[in-house]
Design a protein. Structure first.
Length: 365
């Protein structure tokens, strides 16, 4: 655990929590030296006194406030430790707010808060559990690293963390950055964008890695071994203009789902529950209507034919057994079948869910 950079107490109401502030992050950047390109000689930044021309070691360097070009007011560590402000040794909490009210632009650096001593354990847990139950974060002020800053306290895996914040007037205005012309989007374009966001709802684990540092290490290793480094394959620069926004969104959705082993969505298919694309209701209803019409026609014709056959097999009058009467019976059977098929097809074409329509048609047939 790194050394504390600040020791003091969190104060809210009459509750005081002695804490130590330690850095929550670390850098893995590769440190590079600046050298003379001609002979690789090291180039250093020497801190030289302007009065005597001598190099000044770090322990002899102090701070001073410039009053004019030739006059400064020296400041010592004791001066900073005894600043006449309450936040010099106390983190004064000002408010407890919902986390969504904090603008991420204001967040700066992250630190852990460590309970300082046994007496700090209970109030530390009290603040932690109260924040967790309320779902809020604490905002206050503290003097840190030679200046007073806004800070936010929240919970991270059971520990209190502190994020220093920028003051509101340190955030630059965004005037003129966003397009000011009237841009209209269709519902289909927004739906495709939502489909794309849904297909990218998780960050791939393999992407949570610093590829730049690894590539730099490989380049250095190759130079030490006298090997040539193969350049990466050439890639086309992204176009500044999108010719067809819908086509680009649809292809992006398919590409994202393929990369995750999912079935690509069909063009024009809306995302259904479960994340898989299904045939449109119009296509399903059309197929069900066609099947229902054919089935109903066959069933009605068969029924009508059976009825006619059964009637002709019974004793009947002479007029019923003549060729003309048989022809009339066949025409009646065909007419009955046609009416049944039309009635069934009309039901199938009604604006009901495809599966329900097909089920009712089969049941009626």
């Amino acid at each position: 655990m790194p050394r504390p950079i600040w020791r003091g107490a969190i104060s809210f109401g009459l509750v005081t929590i002695p804490v130590q502030v330690v850095s929550a992050t670390e850098s893995h950047d590769i440190a590079l030296h600046r050298v003379h390109a001609k002979d690789n000689g090291r180039i250093r930044n020497r801190k030289v006194c302007e009065l005597d021309g001598n190099v000044v070691p770090g322990e002899e360097i102090a701070s001073a406030y410039p009053v004019s070009r030739d006059e400064v007011v020296p400041l010592t560590d004791e001066d900073f430790d005894h600043l006449p402000i309450p936040t010099a040794k106390t983190f004064e909490l000002l408010a407890f707010l919902p986390s969504q009210e904090i603008d991420p632009l204001q967040l700066d650096r992250a630190y852990y808060l460590r309970a300082d001593g046994q007496a700090a354990a209970k109030p530390y847990v009290l603040l932690r559990d109260a924040l967790e139950r309320s779902g809020k974060v604490a905002v206050g002020k503290v003097a840190l690293r030679g200046k007073e800053v806004l800070a936010l306290i929240r919970i991270h895996e059971g520990a209190l963390t502190m994020h220093t914040m920028l003051w509101p007037d340190e955030i630059r205005p965004h005037t003129g950055l966003a397009p000011d012309q009237d841009i209209r989007l269709t519902d289909e374009e927004l739906q495709r964008a939502e489909d794309l966001m849904a297909s990218m709802s998780e960050v791939p684990e393999e992407e949570l890695h610093d590829d730049y540092t690894d590539a730099l290490v490989r380049v250095v290793s190759a130079k030490l071994e006298g090997r040539e480094v193969e350049p990466p394959p050439a890639t086309e620069a992204p176009s500044a203009q999108v010719v067809d926004l819908m086509a680009a969104l649809e292809e992006s959705v398919r590409k994202s789902r393929r990369s995750r082993g999912e079935e690509p969505s069909e063009p024009g298919a809306r995302k259904q529950s479960g994340g898989t694309a299904k045939p449109s209701a119009r296509k399903t209803a059309k197929a069900a209507t066609k099947t229902a019409t054919t089935t109903a026609a066959k069933t009605a014709t068969k029924t009508a034919t059976k009825t006619t056959t059964g009637t002709s097999s019974k004793p009947a009058s002479a007029s019923a057994s003549t060729p003309g009467s048989r022809k009339t019976g066949n025409q009646a059977a065909k007419k009955t079948a046609s009416k049944a098929a039309s009635k069934t097809a009309s039901k199938a074409a009604a604006p009901t869910p495809a599966k329900k329509t097909a089920s009712r048609t089969r049941k009626g047939a």
